[in-house]
Design a binder for this molecule. Structure first.
Ligand SMILES: [Zn+2]
Length: 78
């Protein structure tokens, strides 16, 4: 958990990270998702983490009000 400014609360509150798979051109079956993941995994040149993150949306969830904020910047991982 980490402190981050929440627009809804108007103050710094505890937040949690939440990763959600992006809807992709690939199917929704487990096999198709695995294929999509592997393609991202091996197709990436920067880093394997960065490549797999391409398939994920990163949200931060305010632990006070529960609102989700899309946060795909990802600088924390680099
Ligand atoms: Zn909030």
């Amino acid at each position: 958990m980490f402190k981050q400014y929440c627009k809804a609360c108007g103050e710094d509150t505890d937040h949690k990270e939440l990763m959600k798979q992006k809807p992709s051109k690939y199917g929704t079956s487990k096999t198709e998702q695995f294929k999509a993941f592997m393609e991202g995994f091996f197709g990436g040149t920067a880093s394997t983490l960065g490549a797999s993150l391409d398939l994920l949306d990163r949200y931060v969830v305010c632990q006070k009000c529960g609102c989700k904020t899309l946060d795909n910047k990802g600088e924390e991982f680099q």
